[in-house]
Ligand binder design. Sequence first.
Ligand code: COA
Length: 434
Amino acid sequence: MTESLTVRDNRTGVEYDIPITDGTIRAADLGKIKAADPATQEDGPGLAVYDPGFVNTASCRSSVTYIDGDKGVLEYRGYPIEQLAEKSSFLEVSYLLVHGELPTKEQYDAWVHEITYHTFVHENIKEFMEGFRYDAHPMGMLMASVGAMSTFYPDAANISDPENRRLQIIRLIAKMPTLGAWAFRHAQGKPYVYPDNDLSYTGNFLSMLFKMSESKYAPDERIEKALDTLFILHADHEQNASANAVRSVGSTQVDPYSSVSAGVGALFGPLHGGANEAVLRMLRRIGKVENIPAFIAGVKDGNERLMGFGHRVYKNYDPRAKIIKQQALNVFEVTGTNPLLEIAMELEKIALEDEYFVSRKLYPNVDFYSGLIYEALEFPPEMFTVLFAIGRTPGWLSQWLELVQDKEQKIARPKQIYTGERGLDFVPRDVRWA
Ligand SMILES: CC(C)(COP(=O)(O)OP(=O)(O)OC[C@H]1O[C@@H](n2cnc3c(N)ncnc32)[C@H](O)[C@@H]1OP(=O)(O)O)[C@@H](O)C(=O)NCCC(=O)NCCS
């Protein structure tokens, strides 16, 4: 089989042979297809691809995450998410994402040690965060403080030095929970809690969130495990909007703090990180199990959306949703059942059997149960996306690392189709307004 595409340009009658590699053609090859402009007879620009939202454009080669949406497969560096969620830890998964392979015992111990001892931030960052308004959104605080870190570590600008890159990656993974927890405490008017290096990554995060006057915070193991699993499930999702933002900003060769703060900004948007909050609002609105049939009828009539169902990529059960459901049950063992859980489970049962949802391949996605867990842990909805950002940090950094080492990458600078005026004559204000 010839791996190429023959294209005939009907404007000129010329045929072009365009190689196909890995199921893609190079946009630059299309750029060679040119026709003379009928008005001027000059050679026009080469053919370009118009793809708003990059829905069918590969922007990079990547070996970080594999998704097969039709089969419901998600793998980090080739390992299925189900196995990682069950048998690994968030820090081990972070190592895997960043380094491309699982650590030996020595590598793992050194990695955990280094991350643990980089959890503290400069006191000036604390003062800077304290300057936010009392009702500042924690995502805005996180985005600003991650970006501000580039001023504390100006050495991070040296992105061509592998050892320097490694140090900034460790700092970022280590300090995100500190910044996220402090943004949470700020909203509550509570004093910021310093990291406790005797605790695990997730245990320390819980301590910085919830510790009050006790001399030592003792996290509940089941909650620690549930949160660690949620971080694993959110750690990467290939070229999603925030990874693309990190790569796009990173392509200017700026430091990783500036790139990651762009990722936090992208995640802040309701189309990306905000769906689990919408699920909670929907479950509250339904109120009780008896109201479900009327709600489902409204969805079928097109008046409602079943939030937490459907996905742009997954046209099968989102593999993360199954794992989260189990973790939700574990968390409720500790916190007591959330009455909304009963509505969620009944809604899921009905939707999975209903022809409307089955025929449209609408299955629960990662957000269907995660909001319930976060609410049970007493996080306000504004914090949900902060938790997502902490989990996604190793993914953003792995994507960034891949980008800065990829010789084929260039500054991200898409083309446009210009639709405006041309060659107007400027009339000065005194003439225009006379
Ligand atoms: C995620 C989402 C935006 C994906 O959208 P998409 O890939 O563009 O899918 P489409 O909008 O083309 O939907 C295909 C069909 O399913 C329907 N559909 C999709 N999601 C639906 C939902 N959650 N509830 C009801 N119907 C839905 C659409 O109305 C459409 O039906 P039609 O063919 O009769 O017009 C969409 O499923 C959605 O809005 N889900 C709810 C929000 C959510 O949970 N987001 C988090 C994603 S992680």
